[in-house]
Design a binder for this molecule. Sequence first.
Ligand code: SAM
Length: 362
Amino acid sequence: MASMFAPFPERVRLLDAGAGAGALTAAVVKRICNDSYGVRSIDATLYEIDPSIRETLLETMQDCQRACEAAGVEFTFTIHNIDFIRELSARLAGDLFGAAPPTFNVAIANPPYRKINSDSPERRALRSLGVETSNLYTGFIALIQRLLAPGGQLVGITPRSFCNGPYFRPFREDFLSQLELRRLHVFESRKAAFRADSVLQENIIFHAVKGRHQPREMTVSSSSGEQGDDITETVFPFAEIVHPHDAERFIHIPSTTGHATAKETMDGLSASLASLGVTVSTGRVVDFRLKDSLRKEPEIGTVPLLYPCHFNGGTVHWPKLEARKPNAILDNAETRPWLVPSGMYLLTKRFTSKEERRRLVA
Ligand SMILES: C[S@@+](CC[C@H](N)C(=O)[O-])C[C@H]1O[C@@H](n2cnc3c(N)ncnc32)[C@H](O)[C@@H]1O
């Protein structure tokens, strides 16, 4: 993560929010001390709420101080044993009289991950700034972003859940309107990064710069997540990562290995469904609303009703009288709006389970 910053400013004002034992700040310090990059001073500000880790954090900062001294880099640090969310939300909202929020030009973060309910103190604190988000990690990133000076850089490791899904849309808007994405790194294994903690989580690392102009191209790298593993890098047009007209602002992260072939296949399919005269629809019958019209067995006055259990081996098996689901629905004035005319249809079924070899069966 520390290797992603480029270039470092001469006077680094570093923020490490949710600092833990200070591993990330130590990594930045180590990188700067190994090859000074023209850095003359580092002023580190660390927020860590857990009292049991304070002593270790202090020791790590003292180690950093010694390393910087040896490398001829001035090093100062401040550890805040307080709640980053509450404190900085209040300062950014101007609630704490006379205490203007600090600004940073370098931030590194591995924020805590936890759902925050809509009436939690964290959520209320963030809301006072206009930040509406359901997880602590996105709250951290939203605040860090606000504390960056123009051109300030952030490298963060977070779950990749913010990249899609409707809940994170306001966060993505905020993120992409204030931060220029420069690089994404994905781990191919969900297990490797936090194996020691038995955390099964899809994580990404991103490098972003405070500013309003997304690059034309950006690098996406990937590695298995195992120690010392090779990193492969591919440059993609930014428009492939965030589609320019996508109102959802999804961040598409190509897995560098599979993406090229998938893209080739997709590029070969140039027709749109409309140009082929095909329309798409989800299943129209909402069975619990039409309970009285459902029939276990087909009878006069009914038409076939298909459930996922009627799909098997690429074809439809109907009726399935031994299945628990109904096989038929009455054809009457109430159900008619939800029935489809006789015709030629292609049915598809989507598996949500990750264990299925194919996600889509037709
Ligand atoms: C995922 S850990 C990362 C620790 C460290 N940065 C690292 O990468 O090793 C997140 C840290 O944030 C701290 N934390 C959680 N909530 C916090 C809050 N509201 N304010 C400050 N720190 C918090 C936790 O105690 C924990 O040490």
